[in-house]
Ligand binder design. Structure first.
Ligand SMILES: [Zn+2]
Length: 240
C-alpha cells in the first residue's frame, strides 16, 4: 500500500512537472515571437499610426481639381533650360546625380509648363483623336487621358517632371523597361517624388500609365505613398 502511494505521488509530481514545463516553454515561445518582429515592420506599424501633416506640396490637381488661383510659381531654371519649383529643385538635382552615379543616363524632357504650352499640347492631342471620335467632346475626353486639360496639369504647378532614358525617349510603356525608369521607380520616394500615374490606378487618376511622370510631394509623403502602393488621390482620402 505504502509502495503504491509512493508510486502515485511520483506520477502526480511528474505530471505537475510536465505541465509546468509546457507552460514555461509556451510563454518563452510567445515572447520570442513577439521580439522577432523585424524592426522595419515595427517602424511601419508605428509610422502608420502617425497621421502625416497636410501641406501645400500635397495640393491635388487632376481632372476634377484645377490649379488653385492662389498657387504661387517660384521656379529654378535647370541647366537644360527646363524649370522646376524651387522647393523640389535640391531633391531633383540629388536624384539625377545619384542616378548618374549608378551609370544611368536620365533625361528631363518636360517640367514646368505655361498655360499656353499646356493648351498647345492638349490641342495637338485632341487633333490626334479627332478622326477616331464621333464628336469634339469625345476627342477631348480621349485626349485628356494622356494630356491634361489646360489648368489641370501638374506641370503647370512646377511640381512635375517627365524623365526618360537618354537611350529611349519614347513616352510609352517601353520606358518602364529601361534601367533608368527601374531605378527611378524604386528610388524616387527617397527624394520626395512619386510615380504619379501608376498602371493600376488609372480608374482613379483618369490618366494613362506614365512610367516617366514624377510628382514632387516631399519625402515624408512620398515614402508613405510609394510604400503603400497607393496614388495621391487615395493617400489624401486615407489620411486627410
Ligand atoms: Zn508629365
Amino acid at each position: 500500500m505504502k509502495y503504491k502511494l509512493k508510486k502515485w505521488c511520483a506520477f502526480l509530481l511528474t505530471c505537475i512537472g510536465l505541465i509546468g514545463f509546457s507552460f514555461i516553454m509556451l510563454f518563452c515561445f510567445i515572447d520570442k515571437n513577439k521580439s522577432n518582429v523585424p524592426s522595419h515592420e515595427k517602424a511601419t506599424q508605428q509610422t502608420q499610426q502617425i497621421k502625416p501633416k497636410k501641406d501645400e506640396l500635397l495640393t491635388l490637381v487632376n481632372y476634377q481639381n484645377q490649379i488653385p488661383d492662389s498657387w504661387k510659381i517660384d521656379l529654378v531654371k535647370l541647366s537644360n533650360g527646363q524649370s522646376i519649383d524651387k522647393r523640389a529643385y535640391p531633391d531633383l538635382q540629388q536624384m539625377m546625380d545619384d542616378a548618374r552615379a549608378q551609370g544611368l543616363s536620365p533625361l528631363i524632357c518636360s517640367s514646368y509648363r505655361t498655360q499656353d504650352k499646356q493648351q498647345r499640347l492638349f490641342n495637338n492631342e485632341v487633333v490626334a483623336y479627332q478622326q477616331q471620335s464621333s464628336s469634339q467632346e469625345e476627342a477631348e475626353e480621349k485626349a485628356s487621358f494622356w494630356v491634361a486639360r489646360p489648368g489641370t496639369s501638374e506641370h503647370q504647378m512646377g511640381l512635375a517632371v517627365d524623365i526618360v532614358a537618354t537611350s529611349n525617349q519614347q513616352l510609352d510603356e517601353s520606358q518602364e523597361r529601361t534601367a533608368e525608369q527601374q531605378w527611378l521607380i524604386q528610388n524616387c520616394y527617397k527624394y520626395g517624388f512619386i510615380l504619379r500615374y501608376p498602371n493600376d490606378k488609372n480608374q482613379i487618376t483618369k490618366v494613362g500609365y506614365e512610367p516617366w511622370h514624377y510628382r514632387y510631394v516631399g519625402k515624408e509623403h512620398a515614402q508613405k505613398i510609394m510604400q503603400e502602393g497607393i496614388c495621391l488621390e487615395e493617400y489624401l482620402d486615407k489620411y486627410f
